[in-house]
Write a protein that binds this ligand. Sequence first.
Ligand code: PGA
Length: 263
Amino acid sequence: MKQTFLYFGSNLKMYKTPSETAEFVRGVSERTKDFEGLPIKRFLIPSFPCLPAAGAANNGRLLLGAQNLHFEEDGQFTGEVSARMLEDLGFVSIIEIGHSERRHVFGESSKDCGKKVLAAVRHGFTALLCVGETAEEKTFSCSDEVLRIQLKYGLKGIDPEVISEDRLWIAYEPVWAIGVSGVPADADYVAERHAAIRRCLCELFGDEGNKVPILFGGSVNPGNANDYIVQENVDGLFVGRAAWTAEGFNALLRQVWPLYLNK
Ligand code: PGA
């Protein structure tokens, strides 16, 4: 039996109110409770104002994360949220950094992502760094170069000890595959990119690079999830739309779990 964890979770983006989030968290937690004790990390990443409701509804079964943070400890940064604030909530364990929408809608740079990763791990969080190339970068056959740059900027200064504590996760999410207008990626293409990410992680961290989980995300759904999860170096799935109901989350997790175990 495979000993490493399956990573399976969802970013709720700017969807669900606090009460809807609470209901969703309760639903996922209840439906997936028999996974307790198995090597699976189930996680949900609601928006900031929904975090307290999510924390109250969760019974400790699910890991909860935030969608972003500011890298400074505090300061004159209206509208931003610091690691200290999230730490004080007491139940947030993951910080998602550099999601495609942050990079491409809000202009976040790879350098800023790196500062955010450092701030997150400094405060004891797991940093979930998202990387991915645009359609144009793919067309110009620059995908691996782009991923390598995002990883090198995003992981600058990270102590490999963070990896042994399982506090650094990578999500590969090709920009062109995400969301309602996304085109699902071919599994072979995904496998090649995950291998390139793994090579880069090993360049940066030596053997420890092999321990960093690499999740795949972008239009993952019941029709394509199996093809992704069986690929080498795909250690988990980071799902959007298909996991935004408790039934959907639960069904998809149950669908891929046996395939992951038998890899
Ligand atoms: P999607 O979102 O599954 O709805 O494409 C994925 C993501 O943005 O992480």
